[in-house]
Design a protein around this ligand. Sequence first.
Ligand SMILES: CC(C)(COP(=O)(O)OP(=O)(O)OC[C@H]1O[C@@H](n2cnc3c(N)ncnc32)[C@H](O)[C@@H]1O)[C@@H](O)C(=O)NCCC(=O)NCCS
Ligand SMILES: Nc1ncnc2c1ncn2[C@@H]1O[C@H](COP(=O)(O)OP(=O)(O)OP(=O)(O)O)[C@@H](O)[C@H]1O
Length: 198
Amino acid sequence: MMKIGLTGGIASGKSTVSAMIKDFGIPVVDADRISREVVEPGEEAYKQIVASFGSEILFDNGQINRKKLGNIVFQDADKRQMLNRIVHPQVRKSMLQKVNAYERQGEAVTVLDIPLLFESKLTEMVDKTLLVYVDAKTQLERLMNRDQSSEKEALDRIRSQMPLDEKRALVDAVIDNNGSTEETLHQLKRIFRLWHIF
Ligand SMILES: CC(C)(COP(=O)(O)OP(=O)(O)OC[C@H]1O[C@@H](n2cnc3c(N)ncnc32)[C@H](O)[C@@H]1O)[C@@H](O)C(=O)NCCC(=O)NCCS
Ligand SMILES: Nc1ncnc2c1ncn2[C@@H]1O[C@H](COP(=O)(O)OP(=O)(O)OP(=O)(O)O)[C@@H](O)[C@H]1O
């Protein structure tokens, strides 16, 4: 089974591209979604997060207040590393299980949507890498719009990741998502044809 690592920066358009890939009938394993599952109350990572960051980061119902935890970790690299050390091993484990299940089902291709593919050195999990690229101005605008966040909150998040221009040099193929979604779909199809996926 061919494994494709789909990556990008925050709000660069990974979810938009992964929805197109699912429409082709190709399975997608989503690291962001898994990172939400592994921090549900009762899970091992949840207990470690509460022990490390305190109950101030919880809502009254016990769920993690992600906006609050985000504001802490995206302003402080040490705290971010502390959170990453708790969450990433669980995410990796769960991703591997899901990928193996698709392999057993006989899927020919599976896409792994991993925002931190390079930052977390997960490239050995995949055969090919595909970057969803946007320029810095578009990224900031789309992020602030989508999350209704301030410029400061958005820039804190963008700066906690490897710049997209650096990622460009590391991948097998790039989709430029500055244009319309139609142009993005066109580029995606061209790359998948090139890789003999269809
Ligand atoms: C800090 C948290 C609580 C903020 O939650 P929130 O719901 O606001 O954001 P969400 O999880 O949807 O992430 C949105 C985007 O932020 C970026 N991002 C998330 N975590 C990180 C991180 N540790 N470092 C850099 N960028 C990150 C990614 O591009 C991601 O797509 C959450 O992102 C988290 O638990 N992060 C640690 C786990 C992680 O690294 N997840 C990302 C991929 S595994
Ligand atoms: N080609 C496009 N034209 C206009 N808007 C777009 C385009 N692609 C994506 N968007 C919008 O930009 C925002 C970010 O896109 P998306 O959520 O797909 O990014 P992402 O990389 O998955 O983000 P995250 O890392 O936060 O999960 C969304 O509001 C989306 O609707």
